[in-house]
Design a protein around this ligand. Structure first.
Ligand code: NAI
Ligand code: MG
Length: 503
């Protein structure tokens, strides 16, 4: 039996625990909260304390079917609404999200262990930015006229694909969801999101809030496990497009299932992003850049984390010292505390995985791993999934730490002598998501930027994903782009040709 849920608050709340309880055990489908068909649920854990926050609805194929049927029914009239009006509604949602930023930030900090000041609040704000950006693009859904023959008018129009299935991860769930739903909706599709099992609550609240503005059925939210709830979403016959962010392993499964149905799929997968630091760089700016690029404030749980840092030999030792000193000065602690820079790892599984990488690095002959910052001392956080950031030097290129995505606060630093050799090493990776170069020699920087195998290369900066910046990797890092106008047009519409013979 369901322990029946409380009503969610109408106004923004700063009581994240009560909000979590109110969001328990429900999906959001067809404009309202609904309990899962089978009545099953799973625990959502606060990774800073190990305590249960709430139980989330455990969806399966039956819930998927209800959600997709609702989305399909809503899609016809949503697609007929003028594109600018759809955009205006999505942009209006941005205002509602802004009014709830503090609430959403506290809730996401509670469920993911990401620090409020350095990560969670920033992420909640980006959702509003993304909705606003795509909300303004309704009138960009333009076609072309095609010169074909005299007395024949030949035009293309952009049409939505139908119901979009979106599967999201736990590391930046709000932003990554916004980058999928906003362009999908503005383009006239309706969406069913399957949240990550580690972070189902804040996205559910966002769905509820946006449904105060959007017509019912346009934006639906399911929680549940990947094989039981994500797989049937991909496989559902009325789902005409899938967009996925997560591991390479599951990305391949999703792509295979999409291939069976011959539907398009966008994949944002892992990374092992290199950072190339030249001796002529602006030293302090580059050290700061390494701290932000490695996403130490997100415990390194980022697909673009600069987890391989190559430093030109004359400044190598000084750079490693300066980086370690910076990370050492960062405060690890309660994610909800404003003083905290670094929170926790998301789950015991991820914790064990990261810890195994660190142990392996420490056991590697010739390698040294420097542990930075300090574990929190508070008794209440003793069961928290805190892990010290580690900076490794002396690892061979063949090491698992250098080749595989760790998705934790672990970076490997190497000295280099030659630009061509370091380029080859940087490209010697299964992944190709992002890369950065730090140098004042722009001739060299630009030449390398063109030859680095990555979807995004930045010189002397390393911004996180932003609206308007096409984002997506090559090689095993994924397929397709997100976050931009082109991404909306290419991945959430198809072009229909209409010809009129008026001879
Ligand atoms: P995952 O790829 O298993 O999970 C991502 C999403 O896919 C979740 O919503 C999950 O429920 C869903 N999913 C899992 N199996 C599925 C299936 N058979 N069909 C449909 N959906 C399915 O990632 P996980 O296990 O959370 O993390 C493992 C590793 O993946 C991390 O250590 C990291 O290396 C990588 N990862 C990369 C992310 C990125 O931003 N590109 C985000 C999260 C994880
Ligand atoms: Mg998994």
């Amino acid at each position: 039996m369901l322990d029946h849920p409380h009503a969610t608050p109408e106004a923004p709340t700063l009581d994240e625990r009560a909000l979590a309880t109110a969001l328990a055990q429900r999906h959001f489908i067809g404009g309202r909260f609904v309990p899962p068909v089978a009545g099953a649920s799973f625990a959502v854990i606060n990774p800073a304390t190990g305590q249960e926050i709430a139980r989330a609805a455990e969806g399966d194929a039956a819930d998927v079917d209800v959600a997709v049927q609702n989305a399909a029914a809503a899609q016809k009239s949503w697609a007929r609404m003028p594109a600018r009006k759809r955009g205006a509604l999505v942009a209006q949602c941005a205002g509602l999200i802004r009014a709830h930023v503090e609430e959403l930030a506290r809730l996401i900090a509670l469920e993911t262990g990401k620090a409020l000041r350095t990560e969670s609040r920033v992420e909640a704000n980006t959702v509003a930015d993304v909705l606003e950006f795509f909300g303004g693009l309704g009138s960009e859904l333009k076609g072309e006229s095609v010169p074909f023959a005299p007395d024949v008018l030949s035009v293309t129009v952009r049409e939505p694909l139908g119901v979009v299935g979106a599967i999201i991860p736990w590391n930046v769930p709000l932003l990554l969801m916004a980058l999928k739903i906003a362009p999908a909706l503005v383009a006239g599709n309706t969406v069913v999101v399957k949240s990550a099992e580690e972070a189902p609550l804040t996205v559910l609240r966002i769905c509820e809030l946006m449904n105060r503005i959007l017509p019912p059925g346009c934006f639906n939210m399911l929680s549940g496990y990947g094989p039981e709830c994500g797989a049937p979403l991909v496989a559902h016959k009325l789902v005409r497009k899938v967009t996925f962010t997560g591991s390479v392993e599951v990305g391949r499964i999703v792509a295979r299932a999409a291939a069976d149905k011959l539907i398009p799929v966008t994949l944002e997968l892992g990374g092992k992003s290199p950072m190339l630091v030249f001796a002529d760089c602006d030293f302090e700016k580059t050290v700061t850049g390494a701290v932000t690029s490695m996403r130490f404030t997100r415990q390194g749980q980022s697909c673009t984390a600069a987890s391989r840092i190559y430093v030109e030999r004359p400044i190598f030792a000084r750079f490693v010292e300066a980086l370690a000193a910076r990370v050492d000065a960062m405060v690890m602690g309660d994610p909800l505390d404003e003083a905290t820079d670094i929170g926790t790892i998301i789950s015991p599984e991820q914790f064990a995985k990261v810890a195994a990488f660190i142990a392996e690095g420490k056991a590697t002959a010739g390698a040294s791993g420097r542990a930075c910052s300090r574990l929190p001392a508070e008794a209440g956080l003793k069961k928290g999934l805190f892990i010290q950031p580690h900076i490794f030097t002396g690892l061979p290129n063949s090491s698992r730490l250098v080749q595989q995505e760790i998705f934790g606060p672990v970076t490997c630093v190497f000295p280099f002598d030659d630009a061509e050799a370091v380029l080859a090493e940087a490209n010697d990776s299964e992944y190709g998501l992002a890369a950065s170069l730090w140098t004042n020699n722009l001739k060299q920087g630009l030449s390398l930027a063109h030859r680095l195998e990555a979807g995004l290369v930045q010189i002397n900066q390393n911004l996180v994903v932003q609206a308007n910046l096409s984002y997506g990797g090559v090689k095993s890092s994924g397929l397709g782009k997100e976050a931009s106008l082109e991404a909306m047009l290419e991945h959430f519409t198809h072009k229909k040709t209409i010809m009129v013979n008026y001879a």
